[in-house]
Design a protein around this ligand. Structure first.
Ligand code: NAD
Length: 262
């Protein structure tokens, strides 16, 4: 019996990177999971069945687009219909775009605010009634070191991540007496497709080579000079789901190799 046996989790943006690591960590602890995100259907189906066969839990896939409030509500309803409840919600889907603000495409601003911030509002709004009914819940938002500090050329991302830190505190206070906790995790740089994809634009925006971006921009921010791993982030989320974390709520937990200590 895993520590999360009998619990059911929804993890947004879990077809890749940190989200997939959360889903696999929860499943490894015995939870059923709803995975979500984009990708080739055959790759998603492979990850879904792998979760079921590796861990002996149920995994279902929600194709909900995090820019669409109605689809987000359907994703929560799918979890409740498939498993009976959604006990753990992780708002993790996110995208990045790197550009000076005066050239920042307006549609990219709107898309980042929708996916990285508003989707969490919609999912939390839909999941809380069920958690209150069950008298237990865990809400975890993937924020970022960029919820605490800024970097140039990431205006939408930094704004959304500061926003998610505020949303986390607000929700934590609203559900404080309902045995539901709400926290955010703020990783530094984790080597995932999201980081890899921003390297070309950062090279352009800062006039640097690929190696210079990795060593002088990304790892420059992290005193340990090492990337965080998705598995380390997932292990922290797993701890937040346990009874030992019942009094941890409204916090913003850094896992950033010392970045925001500077
Ligand atoms: P990733 O690109 O590997 O994964 C992002 C996930 O979000 C994918 O599953 C993708 O399909 C999904 N997604 C994107 N747009 C979506 C949409 N409209 N609807 C539904 N799903 C959508 O990136 P990652 O690095 O694993 O990022 C996950 C989270 O971690 C993001 O919120 C990101 O901001 C945050 N984060 C990442 C880092 C890092 O260094 N990688 C650092 C701090 C915070």
């Amino acid at each position: 019996m895993g520590s999360l046996s009998g619990k059911n989790a929804v993890v947004t943006g879990s077809t890749s990177g940190i989200g997939l690591a959360y889903a696999r960590a929860f499943a490894g602890a015995g939870a059923n999971v709803v995975i979500n995100g984009f990708g080739a259907p055959e790759d998603i189906e492979k990850e879904r069945t792998k979760i079921e066969s590796d861990f002996g839990v149920k995994a279902v896939y929600s194709p909900a687009d995090m820019t669409k409030p109605a689809e987000i509500a359907e994703m929560i309803a799918l979890g409740e219909k498939s498993f009976g409840s959604v006990d753990i919600l992780v708002n993790n889907a996110g995208i990045q775009f790197v550009s000076p603000i005066e050239e920042f495409p307006i549609e990219k601003w709107d898309q980042i605010i929708a996916i990285n911030l508003s989707s969490a509002f919609h999912a939390i709004r839909a999941a809380i009634p069920g958690m209150k009914k069950k008298g237990w819940g865990r809400i975890i938002n993937t924020a970022s070191a960029h919820s605490l500090v800024a970097s140039p050329f990431k205006s939408a991302y930094v704004s959304a991540k500061h926003g998610i830190a505020g949303l986390t505190k607000t929700v934590a206070l609203e559900v404080a007496t309902s045995k539901i906790t709400c926290n955010c995790i703020s990783p530094g740089y984790v080597w995932t497709p999201l980081v890899e994809k921003q390297i070309p634009d950062t090279m352009k925006a800062r006039n640097l080579t690929r190696d210079q971006v990795i060593n002088d921009v990304l790892l420059h921010a992290q005193p340990t000079k090492e990337f965080v791993t998705s598995e380390q982030v997932a292990a922290l989320a797993l701890f937040l789901c346990g009874d030992d974390a019942a009094q941890i709520t409204g916090t913003n937990l850094s896992i950033d190799g010392g970045w925001t200590a500077e």
